[in-house]
Design a protein around this ligand. Sequence first.
Ligand SMILES: *[C@@H]1O[C@H](CO)[C@@H](O)[C@H](O)[C@H]1NC(C)=O
Ligand SMILES: *[C@@H]1O[C@H](CO)[C@@H](O)[C@H](O)[C@H]1NC(C)=O
Ligand SMILES: *[C@@H]1O[C@H](CO)[C@@H](O)[C@H](O)[C@H]1NC(C)=O
Ligand SMILES: *[C@@H]1O[C@H](CO)[C@@H](O)[C@H](O)[C@H]1NC(C)=O
Length: 338
Amino acid sequence: MRIKARVLFFSLFCCFCKETFAVNDICDLDARISPIYCTCDNNRGEEVNTVCYVINTTSLKNESDIWSDFGEEYAVISLTFTVMNSKLLFVPQIALRKVSKTLGYLKIEGATLRALPSFAIYGLPQLKEANLDQNEITVLKKESVSNLPKLEKISFAENNITRIAADVFIDLPSLKLLFFNRNSITTIDDYAFRHLHNLEELILTSNQLSRITSKTFVGLTNLTSLDLFSNQLKVIPDYAFESLSKLVELDFTDNKIETIEPFAFKGLENLQRLLLTKNKLTVIAYQIFEDNPRLLHIHLSENGLQTIKGETMYSLRKIDDEAFMIHLKGKQILNSPK
Ligand SMILES: *[C@@H]1O[C@H](CO)[C@@H](O)[C@H](O)[C@H]1NC(C)=O
Ligand SMILES: *[C@@H]1O[C@H](CO)[C@@H](O)[C@H](O)[C@H]1NC(C)=O
Ligand SMILES: *[C@@H]1O[C@H](CO)[C@@H](O)[C@H](O)[C@H]1NC(C)=O
Ligand SMILES: *[C@@H]1O[C@H](CO)[C@@H](O)[C@H](O)[C@H]1NC(C)=O
């Protein structure tokens, strides 16, 4: 652990030093005069984990010189920007470029980013994880998250995103986890995730999504878990998950679902857990589970279901597993349909 506190000869009195001014040590910025204060640990030689507090954004611009100080002396492998009592309106692109060769983890929190511009998080060859929670992001522009060959996880939780457009996520061949919990998403464009062939988990918990189509989730061929907990969905349309043959868990708990179209679950060959608790279902069409031979748990409590027809149970006849269960109205549990 090394936190230096050397006073730099950098002050407001120096007005002609811009040209000759030596590179600042980012691990050694003076909090009294710098708009940013960073701490670094460098247990591992010159590789440092850097945590920066952005404390005064009054005259901080995306082109400010201070961003160029990143990555000059150290191999920054992890970088966090925490914005304190001020408004950071942009992603510090210059800083990211400076550390791009080594950066594996990036976190920005407390910023006021609003529309995330194209190429905001772009071309960082070592980046594995990015956390952009709580930055008041409202829109993700085209290709705003792109060309990140090693990125495995990215989170946009607790922002104010209202819509997920197509072609935001490009060239992310390693992406496995994508989080959008606690936003205000009402719309997901058709084919929005079509480039994410390796995605395994998509979290859309606690949004305002009111509609999905047969094209919303196209391309997510490796997805194993889709979480739509607490949204406003009314209909699960036919063929909504047709390309999701690896999906194991599908969570619709706490929506407004009143209709499940007859071929809604077509193609879900590996589905094991279907969570439909707390919706508005009154009937379940009879052939609905025909294509889901691995179903083990169907949660249907807190709906308006009076009965499950014999035919529906018949479509579950292929399921031959001791653990099979339908959870209905709390205590009422129907076991294996055989
Ligand atoms: C923030 O920076 C501006 C100029 O860049 C300065 O005038 C102001 O006093 C600073 N605010 C604080 C709280 O230090
Ligand atoms: C900085 O922001 C301005 C205005 O938003 C933009 O025109 C410019 O391209 C940005 N510069 C960099 C280096 O990102
Ligand atoms: C933005 O989202 C945050 C976290 O979800 C929330 O607390 C805040 O009220 C939202 N702001 C607006 C303007 O919607
Ligand atoms: C899906 O996942 C498997 C195993 O996890 C992996 O081998 C494969 O490359 C992934 N991608 C696609 C497109 O199937």
